[in-house]
Design a protein around this ligand. Structure first.
Ligand SMILES: Cc1cc2nc3c(=O)[nH]c(=O)nc-3n(C[C@H](O)[C@H](O)[C@H](O)COP(=O)(O)O)c2cc1C
Length: 264
């Protein structure tokens, strides 16, 4: 395949938009992808590089309206019900344990490593899938809202011990004009040879640049307010912490000192 020019590569990545409203069929049900499009995005997911050769992830493709509705409600992201395709991307160390088991070997005890490897592989496979979809002209949305309903998702998706939802992912044809959203200045994110802590004025300038990402309905954005609502004291992430800890314990992936659930 011919190499792309730097301009073409830049244009492709600049065309990325998170999109939450998709074209549907007339009755509001998902518009199916052509089978060859679905086939190649699934192929792309599986071609992702994988740590230790192990492919420690699973994708649950949500096909039935009931599964779509249930996961949309549990994740508080309604577009899971309307996207052309929707997946729950999971870290999965269950399968490697089964592979060892069928080969007559005992699995190891590595809950922290399981999370590290499983999340890494999940991200790589899911992002490969999204990029393939974008190459075909679709857009999508990663959905960390799985954190809002981990326990229910484990039930609804029948996830065995060793399998933990990382995020959901929707794909479809955009039915909204999503903006090109900013990113922090490169100097705050890319370091050379060693980590360089940022100066306060650089951080303040970064906040200014990021403010438009928080704009809603014509009102100017306040990114720091958004970050505070997520990551500040009493914010949403503190609220998610108990649910994630409980799910890690339930799935046998808790590496803390308190007693863990069943080992995968
Ligand atoms: C891991 C992950 C989880 C996300 N979770 C959600 C989500 O639950 N709901 C949502 O609407 N968008 C979600 N997003 C989309 C982000 O809000 C979006 O990527 C970010 O605002 C940057 O916008 P852009 O992708 O259009 O550049 C998520 C993105 C990632 C990578």
């Amino acid at each position: 395949m011919l190499p792309r020019t730097p301009e073409e590569v830049r244009a492709f990545f600049d065309a990325h938009r998170t999109v939450r409203q998709y074209r549907t069929q007339e009755d509001g049900s998902p518009l199916p992808l052509p089978p060859e499009h679905l086939e190649v995005i699934l192929h792309a997911a599986q071609r992702a590089p994988t740590d230790a050769t192990a492919q420690l992830y699973s994708l649950i493709r949500l096909s039935s309206p009931a599964a779509r509705q249930a996961v949309a409600a549990l994740t508080t992201n309604a577009h899971i019900a309307t996207a052309s395709e929707a997946f729950v991307v999971c870290a999965d160390v269950h399968r490697v344990s089964r592979l060892l088991e069928v080969g007559g070997h005992a699995g190891g005890d590595f809950p922290a490593i399981a999370v590290h490897f499983g999340i890494g592989d999940s991200v790589l496979a899911g992002q490969n899938l999204l990029l393939a979809a974008e190459l075909l002209g679709y857009q999508g949305c990663w959905i960390g809202g799985v954190m809002n309903g981990l326990d229910g998702l484990i039930d609804v998706l029948a996830l065995p011990a060793g399998v933990l939802p990382f995020a959901a992912l929707t794909i479809g044809t955009p039915a909204e004009e999503a903006p090109h959203r900013p990113r922090l200045p490169r100097e705050l994110v890319i370091h050379t040879d060693a980590y360089r802590p940022a100066a306060p004025e650089e951080l303040l300038a970064g906040i200014e640049i990021m403010n438009p990402i928080a704009a809603r309905e014509g009102k100017p954005g306040d990114w720091l307010r958004l970050l505070r609502s997520y990551f500040g004291a009493g914010g949403g992430m503190e609220g998610r912490e108990p649910g994630l800890r409980a799910a890690l314990k339930r799935q046998g992936m808790w590496a803390g000192e308190e007693s863990a659930g069943p080992r995968h």
